[in-house]
Design a protein around this ligand. Structure first.
Ligand code: UT7
Length: 368
């Protein structure tokens, strides 16, 4: 049986940083309120020309280089995003083209902020089933383009960025150990982007009514999130056959420091066990977990062999968690099996092509 290991990781954030002090000049708010209620001090904001795909490509090159893979080695690209560049084509296809990943299938996945967790599980399942050997999973956002900069309830929260993981097959146990995914569409109105889809296509009226911005019932989302974060974490731990004390780090979706603190209380774990960087990025939706993971690896907190849990929640409503044994890049000898399988797959496809030609020739001859 194959295991799906995370063998490469990368992140990207726009250089432009928007501080709470600057927001104070834009809406009726103040640094003290924002820090106390959310934990956010600053966020990165995309400039003109910076888009989910440009950020995703930057993060992906880093991830591919750590995994020691070329774009052409990729079988699949999944881009989880709440802010796709278009309804179609998929942002994943823009990334596929920019990377030159000519062998890869590519699609977007929409589960809002939980999207990265969903996408990792989909890629891991495809690897475990044997249908693919490698995948690039991306979370990429430019939420700043959908924020109403006059609405203090939302504009203080969100930031832009991207993160990417490379997943590869290996026979060595580890990698993605378990996944739990949930949804409850009855809470769909708690956070939504009402216009621009087929229900309310863009029109003068949708713009006049500010339906092209993020709409949110902050308290409602907060109540939901504090209820499910600890619960999803426990479910993922138990599905992986682990105990709470086996877990080295919890790396949660970064939406609000108070939500992370509530999860810590619910799990009876100290906050020190949580990787938190919301103060410098705000809520970057699907990108928040991979960015936090990249920082934890870079500063030496997250090491090969560590067991971690990645819980998340978002619009939909959706929520879920993954338990992961962190791998690091695969040593060369562990890549032998994928190479062997690649040769087999090529041989199989060559034989199939020959068989089809032979069949065509036989049928053609019969007709004559
Ligand atoms: O990925 C999922 C994305 N969404 C979320 O995760 C959102 C989850 N919710 C939250 O993080 C919090 O609910 C918020 C940060 C959005 C709001 O915090 P809160 O403690 O729930 O505040 P509140 O909405 O209950 O508002 C309290 C007061 C209100 O004033 P009144 O009605 O009590 O006079 C708001 O108008 O704070 C006011 N307020 C602000 N004041 C200063 C709301 N936003 C601001 C602001 N600055 N930016």
């Amino acid at each position: 049986m194959s295991y799906a290991h995370i063998t490469g990781w990368g992140m990207a954030a726009p250089n432009r940083v928007l501080t709470n002090a600057e927001l104070e000049r834009m809406v009726e708010t103040n640094d003290e309120w924002i820090v106390e209620r959310t934990g956010i001090r600053e966020r990165h904001i995309a400039r003109d020309g910076e888009t989910p795909s440009t950020l995703a490509v930057e993060a992906s090159w880093k991830a591919l280089s750590i995994a020691n893979l070329k774009p052409n080695d990729l079988d699949l690209i999944i881009c989880a995003t709440s802010t796709p560049e278009y309804i179609f084509p998929a942002t994943a296809c823009l990334v596929q083209n920019k990377l030159g990943a000519t062998r890869a299938g590519a699609f977007d996945l929409l589960a809002a902020c939980t999207g990265f967790i969903y996408a990792l599980d989909m890629a891991a399942q495809a690897i475990r089933s044997g249908s693919i050997e490698s995948a690039l999973v991306i979370g990429a956002e430019t939420l700043s383009r959908f924020v109403n900069w006059k609405d203090r309830n939302t504009c203080i929260l969100f930031g832009d960025g991207a993160g990417a993981f490379v997943l590869q097959a290996s026979e060595e146990p580890g990698g993605i150990l378990s996944a739990v995914l949930h949804s409850d569409g009855s809470g769909g109105d708690l956070i939504s982007l009402p216009a621009g889809g087929s229900r309310h296509p863009a029109s003068e009226a949708t713009i006049r009514n500010e339906m092209h911005y993020i709409h949110m019932d902050g308290r409602g989302v907060f109540r939901f999130a504090t209820r499910i974060m600890a619960q999803a974490t426990r479910e993922a731990i138990s599905a992986a056959g682990l105990q709470l004390q086996d877990v080295r780090w919890i790396i949660p979706h970064q939406a609000n420091l108070r939500i992370i603190e509530a999860a810590a209380r619910g799990l009876k774990m100290p906050l020190e066990k949580f990787i938190v960087n919301i103060d410098r990025y705000g809520n970057t939706s699907t990108a928040s977990i991979p960015i936090a993971v990249c920082e934890a690896v870079a500063d030496g907190r997250l090491k090969a062999g560590d067991k971690i849990v990645l819980p998340s929640f978002g619009a939909g409503l959706t929520w879920g968690a993954l338990a992961v044994q962190w791998s690091g890049p695969l040593p060369v000898e562990r890549k032998v099996r994928p190479a062997y399988y690649r040769i087999l797959a090529r041989l199989r496809s060559f034989l199939r092509r020959m068989w089809l030609r032979l069949e065509g020739w036989i049928w053609g001859r019969d007709k004559v």
